[in-house]
Design a protein around this ligand. Structure first.
Ligand code: ADP
Ligand code: ASP
Ligand code: MG
Length: 423
C-alpha cells in the first residue's frame, strides 16, 4: 500500500462530466489499496474568467482581494469533486489550502510556500478518507491572509504536499499524455519523452513549457520526488520527471530533449546609455527595487568610440508598464537618450543535457531558423539551454523548423490534445 498524490488540472475537471470521470480514476487508485490525496485546479478557464471579471470592476485590483477571488475557483472544484467521490460510495473530504497547512509568504499573486503542516490531511487519511485539496493557494505566515502561488501553481501545491507527506509518487494529470519534445498544440509531430531530468524540466518550465509550474520542479528536485506527468483522459504511461535518465537511455538520448516557446515577454531597450562604471548597476537596482523580474539582458560596448551603449532586456509583459515608469524617472540621473518598448517578441529555447557534449548545436539551431526566415534579436545560453528572442509572429514557424532540424519529429503523430482551450 502506498501514498499517492494526484493533481488534476482545470481542463480535466472542466465540467460535471469531467468531475465524474476524474472521481472514477481517484476511486480506482484507492481501490488498488493506496492512500490518496488529490489536488485540484479551478474548472476549465475559471481563473481567467475571474480575472476578467475583476478587471471589469477595476483596472488594478488589490492583491489581497484578487487572491480571495481567485482561490474561490479551486474551492468550487474541491467541493464538487468530493461530492462526486462520495456518490461512488467512498468517503472524501475537501480542504482549502489553509486547512491543508500550506503556509506561504505574503506576496499576493506570487506567494512562495514556506512550510506545509498537513495534520488534517493525515487525519483524514488515517480515517480512510480521500483528501481533496484546493490547489494554488495557501495562507500567509505573517498576515494570515489567503494567498495564491502564481498561475499554474496547483502543480506546486501537489509536489509540496507529496514531499510533506513523504508520498511514493506525485501524479500530475493534464490534457496531454506527458511532456513532449515541443508543445503538442504547436507541433503535432512532437514526441512524448519517457523521462526528463529535473534540470531539463526546470529549463523547459522556465522557458515557457507550461505543462509543469517552474516551482513544482524546483521542489521535486530538492526532495528528489519523482513526478509522473500524464493525461487524465487516457490510461497511457506518461513522462517521468526524475534526477537522471535511466541507465542505457543515454545511447538513444537525443541531443535536444525539448523545445519551448514563450510569448508572454516584452523587450525594453535603453538607447544611448553612457558607458560608465556603475550605470548598469544603477538601472538594474531600480528595476529590482520595484520588484520587477527580468529575464535576458544584452549589452555590448559600442565599437565606434561614441562612449555610448544600448542595453536591452526582456521581462513579463505584465510588468512592462511598471518598468518603463521606473526607467523614465532615471533618465535625468543616468542620461540615456530614449527607451523603446516592444511587446511583439517571442522566446524560443532548445533544452537538452546532451548539448554539453555536442558543439554543433548552436550552428544547427541558427541554420534552421535562418532557413525558416526567422531573424534572431537576442541570444542567451546556459549549460543545457540556448534561447533566442525573435518576432512573436515567427515563433511557431521557428519551433517547427528547429524541431525538424534536430530530428525530433515522430514517425507517426502521437501527440493528442484531449481538452483545454490552450489559454
Ligand atoms: P493543466 O490545466 O492540466 O494544468 P496546462 O494548460 O497548465 O494544464 O498545461 C498543459 C498544456 O501545456 C498542454 O495542453 C500543452 O499545450 C502545454 N505545453 C507546452 N509545452 C509542452 C510540452 N513540452 N509538453 C506537453 N505540453 C506542453
Ligand atoms: N487555477 C490556477 C490557474 O489557472 C492554478 C492552476 O490551474 O494551476 O493558474
Ligand atoms: Mg497547469
Amino acid at each position: 500500500m502506498g501514498l499517492i498524490v494526484q493533481k488534476y488540472g482545470g481542463s480535466s475537471v472542466a465540467d460535471a462530466e469531467g468531475m465524474k470521470r476524474v472521481a472514477n480514476r481517484i476511486v480506482a487508485a484507492k481501490r488498488d489499496g493506496n492512500q490518496v490525496v488529490v489536488v485540484v485546479s479551478a474548472m476549465g478557464d475559471t481563473t481567467d474568467e475571474l480575472i476578467e471579471l475583476a478587471k471589469q470592476i477595476t483596472p488594478i485590483p488589490s492583491g489581497r482581494e484578487l487572491d480571495m477571488l481567485l482561490t474561490a475557483g479551486e474551492r468550487i472544484s474541491m467541493a464538487l469533486l468530493a461530492m462526486a467521490i462520495t456518490n461512488l460510495g467512498h468517503e472524501a473530504r475537501s480542504f482549502t489550502g489553509s486547512q491543508a497547512g500550506v503556509i506561504t509568504t505574503s506576496a499576493h499573486g506570487r506567494a512562495r510556500i514556506i512550510d506545509v503542516t498537513p495534520g488534517r490531511i493525515q487525519g483524514a487519511l488515517k480515517e480512510g478518507a480521500i483528501a481533496i485539496v484546493a490547489g494554488f493557494q495557501g495562507i500567509s505566515q505573517d498576515t494570515k491572509d489567503v494567498t495564491t502561488l502564481g498561475r499554474g501553481g496547483s502543480d506546486t501545491t501537489a509536489v509540496a504536499l507529496a514531499a510533506a507527506l513523504d508520498a511514493d509518487v506525485c501524479e500530475i494529470y493534464t490534457d496531454v499524455d506527458g511532456v513532449f519534445s515541443a508543445d503538442p498544440r504547436v507541433v503535432p509531430s512532437a514526441r512524448k519523452l519517457k523521462t526528463v531530468t529535473y534540470d531539463e524540466m526546470l529549463e523547459l518550465a522556465a522557458s515557457g513549457a507550461k505543462v509543469l509550474h517552474l516551482r513544482c520542479v524546483e521542489y521535486a528536485r530538492r526532495y528528489d520526488l519523482p513526478i509522473h506527468v500524464r493525461s487524465s483522459f487516457s490510461t497511457n504511461e506518461g513522462t517521468w520527471v526524475v534526477k537522471d535518465h535511466p541507465e542505457g537511455a543515454d545511447m538513444e538520448q537525443a541531443i535536444i530533449s525539448g523545445i519551448a516557446h514563450d510569448k508572454s515577454e516584452a523587450k525594453i531597450t535603453i538607447v544611448g546609455v553612457p558607458d560608465r562604471t556603475g550605470v548598469a548597476a544603477r538601472i538594474f537596482q531600480a528595476i529590482a527595487d520595484a520588484d520587477i523580474n527580468i529575464d535576458m539582458i544584452v549589452q555590448n560596448v559600442s565599437a565606434a568610440a561614441t562612449g555610448l551603449t544600448d542595453i536591452s532586456f526582456t521581462l513579463p509583459k505584465a510588468e512592462g508598464a511598471d518598468a518603463t515608469g521606473v526607467l523614465q524617472k532615471l533618465q535625468g540621473e543616468v542620461g540615456y537618450a530614449s527607451i523603446q518598448y516592444d511587446d511583439q517578441i517571442g522566446k524560443l529555447s532548445l533544452v537538452g543535457a546532451g548539448m554539453r557534449s555536442h558543439p554543433g548545436v548552436t550552428a544547427t539551431f541558427f541554420g534552421a531558423l535562418s532557413a525558416a526566415g526567422v531573424n534572431i534579436e537576442m541570444i542567451s545560453t546556459s549549460e543545457i539551454r540556448i534561447s533566442v528572442i525573435c518576432r512573436e509572429a515567427d515563433i511557431e514557424r521557428g519551433v517547427k523548423a528547429a524541431h525538424t532540424a534536430f530530428e525530433l519529429d515522430a514517425d507517426q503523430n502521437e501527440a493528442v490534445v484531449y481538452g483545454g482551450s490552450g489559454r
